[in-house]
Design a protein around this ligand. Structure first.
Ligand code: ADP
Ligand code: MG
Length: 292
């Protein structure tokens, strides 16, 4: 049976909004040497805004209506940002059906004229399209996420979206470092310039930032990091379930996290306050030091 110290830690954590799946997760969390973090929606708020808009044919409203029609079928933070922008402009999304998501790339569907898609550079090449408009190429110079919209092999334009680091991320990461965590890394599907901007604000070294990753790349990276000691992965559940499951401790952040994420995780942070993570780590270490 679990020692009294573990049971009391489980209930103290639960009162603070941190749910451990069992006493074992407390012991593993206490042993973590490396924390790997997802970026979007985890280290950042996930509440992105649309910045620039480039519609190749000059019809911004028509372009945004089609983009909204595609993104209406996605659960990604980027989609929510785009839908907020189109709603604020009073635009309605074009009807899009037969939708499939390409994790860490984008989303594909059909409207009345044929195949339409939205996503990043990986999505552009998957669709056999190329970015040949200088106004579009220029969007890549900002440290923002670029979302291209296309029809078949043709790029119709793009928007840039950006969100910001959570106010609680920097102090939480510092608390983890202060309590002896050896390594903090960022694993993201986003572009490297965006990852470097956010990572820089949080004191994550450029060599510990890995960008442009697919969900399976995150899983492989966690396996690699695990060779140097116990690894925790912290994610918000969007495309993260496999990484949460692969880590020694999977930590799902935010009540908004998907059910799949909560199933794959060992620890659930019910709030979006990243300080809860540092508190949980502290509690785990204190508890283990009592029972040993
Ligand atoms: P992260 O690892 O930062 O949480 P994801 O792996 O979820 O990011 O997504 C990686 C990238 O894939 C995004 O930055 C974006 O470029 C692209 N992407 C994913 N889903 C969509 C979508 N619905 N619309 C446009 N782009 C998308
Ligand atoms: Mg994410």
């Amino acid at each position: 049976s679990a020692p009294a110290a573990i049971l009391s830690a489980l209930s103290a954590a639960a009162r603070g909004g941190v749910l451990f799946k069992g006493g074992g997760a407390i012991e593993t969390l206490a042993a973590v040497k490396t924390f790997a973090f997802d970026k979007t929606g985890t280290l950042t708020t996930g509440r992105a805004t649309v910045n620039q808009i480039v519609a190749s044919d000059g019809d911004e409203d028509g372009f945004l209506s089609l983009l909204a029609g595609v993104e209406a079928h996605s659960e990604h933070h980027i989609a929510a940002a785009i839908l907020r922008e189109t709603a604020a402009r009073g635009l309605t999304g074009v009807a899009v059906t037969d939708v499939s998501a390409h994790p860490s790339a984008g989303i594909l569907g059909r409207d009345s004229l044929g195949q339409v898609w939205a996503g990043n550079a990986r999505m552009v090449s998957a669709m056999g399209a190329t970015i040949d408009n200088p106004a579009l190429t220029q969007l890549e110079e900002e440290a923002r996420t670029v979302v291209y919209l296309g029809r078949g092999p043709k790029v119709l334009g793009a928007v840039t979206v950006a969100d910001e680091a959570r106010a609680t991320s920097a102090p939480a990461l510092q608390a983890l470092r202060d309590s002896g965590v050896r390594k903090i890394v960022m694993l993201t599907g986003d572009r490297r310039p965006v990852a470097l901007r956010i990572g820089g604000e949080l004191g994550i070294a450029p060599e510990d930032i890995r960008a442009g990753m697919l969900p399976k790349d995150k899983v492989d990276a966690i396996g690699e990091l695990a060779r140097d000691g116990t690894v925790a992965f912290v994610g918000d559940g969007v495309n993260d379930a496999a990484a949460l499951a692969r880590a020694d401790v999977g930590i799902a952040m935010g009540a908004a996290g998907s059910d799949v994420a909560l199933q794959a995780a060992d620890v659930a942070l019910l709030s979006e306050n990243m300080r809860k993570l540092a508190e949980a780590h502290h509690l785990a270490r204190r508890t283990v030091s009592i029972i040993r």
